[in-house]
Design a protein around this ligand. Structure first.
Ligand code: FE2
Length: 242
């Protein structure tokens, strides 16, 4: 499996507290059958403004440890949709996932219009938004997810939501999106070994049981792999993951 949304990098956001916890999280991912992880520390104005240089330094520190556990790491960020992210886009100062994908997060207070405008703007700058944990937004409906995908956005759902750790309503919404084929990627969004650990294997197993092996493979391995490992120059812009 490939985990595209994870806060195990220590000392940079509200994820892993220290190196020890980060190493434990790496072990948990490896034990569950994850082979690649894209680390996505938060970038959010006024809350998480850790500079990219500090993040890169932590990444270089942890990469050999991950390799020793058979894990390949990648680096990107979770971009909260705000002034700071817009500035970064204008300056061409973002760390994309793969060639041109940006994990983009929204607040619960955003309107549908703002969401659509954001997706359009990210695309105008040549990036494809992978919309983080869509099950969290009150405005998420099947119709809206369909529209966002038609605009070229990818849809990410958290493993915890699928498993019911975020409540019954969220679980129902997550499964309705999965059944309708409206999710592109499932990721852990892991933050800690305690309250928010990675639950990739448990989630894969549930999806395999309910929707079959090809769907489990598509959401937790194939699609994340396509996003991370497409060849240089291949633009996903305007193209859907099948
Ligand atoms: Fe996150």
């Amino acid at each position: 499996m490939i985990d595209l949304h994870c806060h195990l990098l220590p000392y940079v956001d509200d994820g892993a507290n220290d190196l020890e916890e980060a190493i434990e999280l790496l072990s948990l991912e490896a034990k569950q059958g994850v082979t690649e992880i894209c680390l996505t520390p938060h970038l959010r104005k006024g809350i998480f403004e850790t500079p990219d240089e500090k993040i890169r330094a932590q990444y270089e520190r942890i990469r050999p440890i991950a390799e020793s556990k058979g894990l390949k790491l990648h680096l990107s960020r979770e971009y909260h949709w705000d002034e700071l992210t817009r500035e970064r886009l204008e300056d061409g100062d973002v760390i994309p996932m793969g060639q041109n994908v940006l994990l983009t997060e929204f607040s619960a207070r955003y309107s549908v219009v703002e969401l659509l405008q954001a997706v359009k703007m990210v695309r105008t700058f040549g990036y494809v938004p992978l919309i983080a944990h869509v099950e969290r937004y009150p405005l998420t409906t099947e119709a809206l997810m369909r529209e966002l995908r038609e605009m070229g956005a990818y849809i990410q759902v958290n493993a915890d939501a699928v498993l019911g750790y975020d409540g019954r309503y969220v679980k129902k919404l997550a499964w309705s999106l999965l059944k309708e084929g409206l999710a592109d990627v499932i990721a852990s969004d892991a933050h800690s070994t305690g309250a928010r650990p990675p639950r990739m294997r448990e989630c894969r197993e549930q999806i395999r049981k309910k929707l079959g092996e090809p769907q489990a493979e598509r959401l937790l391995s194939e699609n994340p792999g396509t996003i991370l490992n497409e060849s240089p120059g291949e633009r996903r812009y305007g193209r859907q993951i099948p």
